[in-house]
Design a protein around this ligand. Structure first.
Ligand code: CA
Length: 226
């Protein structure tokens, strides 16, 4: 029996991925690491630490030191805040999806790799009375980033859920992989520049071009998941 939706945040509830990708791109360029923005979308969902090490190994043939990781991640966060000032915009269609989930009597749980201090306040401002502070998985709750299933397993745990009692909404290939590895039915919304095939190949059960398209087809998704 379906009891909950687990929502990824960036690229699903907020139209913030262009900002994250640009911030990574600019920060890494200053370190002498050249990465096309389109490639950075493939890394979405990894921890900052893991993305930095992957690119350090490719470019310099070694891991980054802890000091380098800290410095680069801090610069990335600062650059993101400059780009998104004053804050990220809610994704078109996200409110419509959330309202349908709520009207269906289903829990809403956030599963994000983000570690912003004021995350809940931001969510509650843009999506009032939709989320419960105790039912969020953030960077502080997990050791492994996506595609490890840990973030989604923690989300299920916080909701008291079995994998077949939930639906995940994700935009990133590694996020879809993580959700599928946790055994959860997964709807991908392709809100970025990647080809739909990448999301299908990651294991998505559905791929929609936008959150609005998911809202418009909501009943079909529920029917297919049970
Ligand atoms: Ca995302």
């Amino acid at each position: 029996m379906l009891k909950a939706f687990l929502f990824d945040m960036d690229g699903v509830l907020y139209d913030s991925m262009r900002g994250h990708v640009q911030a990574w791109h600019d920060t890494l360029a200053a370190e002498g690491i050249v990465v096309p923005p389109a490639e950075l979308y493939l890394y979405e969902g990894r921890t900052g630490h893991s993305t930095i090490n992957l690119l350090f190994n490719r470019t310099f043939g070694r891991n980054a030191t802890p000091e380098e990781v800290e410095r680069i991640y801090l610069h990335k966060a600062q650059r993101f805040n400059e780009l998104e000032s004053p804050e990220s915009k809610p994704m078109p269609g996200a409110w419509e999806v959330l309202q349908q989930v709520k009207q269906a009597g289903l829990q809403r749980i956030i599963v994000t790799g983000s570690g912003q201090q004021s995350l809940f306040e931001k969510l509650d401002k843009h999506f009032p009375a939709m989320f419960d502070r105790d039912k969020m998985v953030t960077a502080y709750d997990v050791k492994h980033g996506k595609p490890n299933p840990e973030p989604y397993l923690k989300g299920l745990q916080k909701g008291g859920l079995q994998p077949d009692e939930a639906i995940v909404v994700e935009n990133a290939p590694l996020g879809v992989e993580a959700a599928r590895a946790a055994g959860v039915f997964t709807v991908a919304v392709n809100t970025g520049p990647l080809a739909d095939d990448i999301l299908w190949n990651a294991g998505a059960n559905f791929v929609y071009p936008s959150m609005q398209a998911l809202a418009d087809d909501f009943d079909a998704v529920i029917a297919a998941s049970i």
